[in-house]
Design a protein around this ligand. Structure first.
Ligand code: ADP
Ligand code: 5GP
Length: 209
């Protein structure tokens, strides 16, 4: 039995660690269990991406207008581009008791922790730094220059890894997907997330005292 309300789950990790791949498999393998928040970004669309699927692609002016109108839960700059989580989707779905996953970078993750202290923070890493580089190069979506920039950002981001609740080492993809699922499902059973069930039971037991 799943006892309590929806979780806000943050999935962060180095660019090229496999976050997007894990998310895609998680949504396919456990249909209806998770809801992915789609971010807005000013970065150019990659080949194969579609507006409204991977991201809502925005001009700088549109993004700034969304900031001014308070439409973001959090936003941050990553390698010169802006990325932000639209507020309404996350608020609506968590109110409906659904688990929402935000695939965002570290500055945004820490903002989310301030707003929702009970958010579950997961960090994805490949098994080694060399493998990270291989995956970024293998993906073939960025120039050598941008890949070098993203690897340098990874070194800085790694300092914040201990701030996360769980570390996912994405070596064998299927195992990493199963681990993410297991961790999220277990989290629903944490006593701290079941205060109402505990209080109800305590109240009912008073009749026997
Ligand atoms: P991110 O979203 O974290 O930037 P991606 O999901 O785009 O990363 O993955 C980066 C590259 O690594 C992609 O080409 C993807 O197919 C590959 N990849 C992801 N997970 C694994 C894995 N477990 N083993 C090998 N390659 C992987
Ligand atoms: P990419 O350009 O590879 O799609 O994403 C670059 C980085 O931005 C990744 O670490 C990704 O998780 C992060 N990101 C994507 N959307 C958001 C968002 O809405 N907010 C924040 N803070 N980071 C995001």
């Amino acid at each position: 039995m799943k006892h309590n309300q929806g979780l806000v789950i943050v999935l962060s990790g180095f660019s090229g660690a496999g976050k997007g791949t894990i998310m895609k498999h998680l949504l396919d393998r456990y249909p209806g269990s998770y809801h992915l928040s789609i971010s807005a970004t000013t970065r150019p669309m990659r080949t194969g991406e579609r507006d409204g699927r991977e991201y809502f692609f925005k001009s700088r002016e549109e993004f700034d207008r969304m900031i001014a109108d308070g439409e973001f839960l959090e936003y941050a700059t990553f390698n010169g581009n802006s990325y932000g989580t639209p507020k309404t989707y996350v608020e609506q779905l968590t109110a409906e008791g659904k688990d929402v996953i935000l695939e965002i970078e570290v500055q945004g993750a820490l903002q989310v922790r301030q707003i929702f202290p009970e958010a579950l923070l997961l960090f994805v890493t490949p098994p080694s730094a060399d493998e990270l580089k291989r995956r970024l190069v293998g993906r073939g979506t960025e120039s050598a220059e941008v890949i070098a920039q993203r690897l340098a950002i990874s070194a800085k981001e790694s300092v914040l890894m201990p701030k996360y609740d769980y570390l996912i080492i994405n070596d064998v993809l299927d195992e990493a997907v199963a681990e993410v699922h297991r961790i999220i499902q277990s989290e629903h059973y944490a006593t701290g997330r079941n205060a109402k069930a505990i209080a109800d039971m305590q109240e009912q037991l008073k009749q026997f005292v």
